[in-house]
Write a protein that binds this ligand. Sequence first.
Ligand SMILES: Cc1cc2nc3c(=O)[nH]c(=O)nc-3n(C[C@H](O)[C@H](O)[C@H](O)COP(=O)(O)OP(=O)(O)OC[C@H]3O[C@@H](n4cnc5c(N)ncnc54)[C@H](O)[C@@H]3O)c2cc1C
Length: 391
Amino acid sequence: MTDADTTAALVDTVRRFARQRVAPVAARHDAEDSYPADLVADMADMGLFGITIPEAYGGLGLDLVTYTTIVEELAWAWMSVTGFLNTHFMVSYLVNTFGTEDQRTRLLPKLACGEIRGAYSMTEPDAGSDVAAITTKAVRDGDDWVVNGTKAWLTNGRMAGLIAMLVRTPGEPAAGDGRHGELTVLLVEKEPGADRHGGITVGPNVHKLGYRGIETVEVSLADHRVPADAVLGGVTNRGFAQMMAAVELGRVNIAARAIGVAQRALDESLGYARTRTTFGRRIADHQAIGFKLAEMATKVTAARLLYRQAAAEKQAGERSDLTASMAKLFCAETCWEVCGEALRIHGGNGYAAEYPVERLYRDAPLMIIGDGTSEIQKLVISRRLLEAEDT
Ligand SMILES: Cc1cc2nc3c(=O)[nH]c(=O)nc-3n(C[C@H](O)[C@H](O)[C@H](O)COP(=O)(O)OP(=O)(O)OC[C@H]3O[C@@H](n4cnc5c(N)ncnc54)[C@H](O)[C@@H]3O)c2cc1C
């Protein structure tokens, strides 16, 4: 088989898994907010936790375009299962791209097979968009770093065995300006599933509007000790740029996830509009509904092309912050809009949990918040446009 055949076979396997195994149980897990342990185990068996990790470290070594296609397929069935992959994928990227050879050899094989899963932690209770305002601090003490502070909104935070955590490291030789230049990524290892580990306390799961079944938690650290070699790449105060490189990937991932959800909303709407009748005809035959479907399909198709372009640019190693932000912005807003239109097309039934659009409508808003809000994407885009004009 050629590489293209292998990739196509994996995408096909994931599509069947998403439609046959994930979609039928999504509503139950969503209603119960229950963790789908069996689905996570199946994803590990399929090698999905190592899709982009190089084969030399036990992964599948596939490209970003393939990864995002798989994310779209999974999100079509249930957005939450893509959450098990996203932060894990960002952490794997950080270790592979910036880690020391020792960190790569020790951590990537375990990440690739899903033995440990990754959580990505920048946000704090008082610092989200303004990343450089974080206050969690690590201070060197002999062979250890001693960490104190509170991190917020950790997706996979309880079940993760490895947290890529952005902390302040004042007193270390600064890289760049003060606020951004004294931030370091620590690779914090912990017992998966445990509420306590050393000085780490994992808080209760946040009760969320959507994106249920996957835990999002606060993690506090009180004099928690990590070894000196937990610093990503062995170099302090490079953390801001490292985390931003990973967030660019996260943005492309969220864009693909948004299109999976939007495509599902469109498919559900097409099915409903074909069968629901009012005033003696299918609602699809009322022009107002037909035009909605036409606009939804056009926007979803355009948005998909944009995220694929962003994925291809990042894969090629080109500077891709502009396209990644455009893809994140356009796909997230398209998803939100399309899910709203799907709800309208379903009339009262769109408000009922027995129809998938009710869940899609609750899941969609995360796309305009996570990995940088739409407002932050507009900031990145406008700065890049002006930068291009000024040079
Ligand atoms: C379900 C969920 C999962 C998450 N998972 C993770 C995770 O795994 N790891 C992680 O680190 N974080 C995670 N987050 C956090 C997420 O990245 C932040 O919520 C997001 O970056 C926004 O930060 P904030 O909530 O502090 O909002 P704020 O930064 O307080 O912003 C509030 C509002 O002000 C706007 N705003 C802020 N600054 C500006 C500005 N300069 N110009 C214009 N408008 C502005 C924002 O767009 C927003 O509308 C998660 C969040 C959610 C909801």
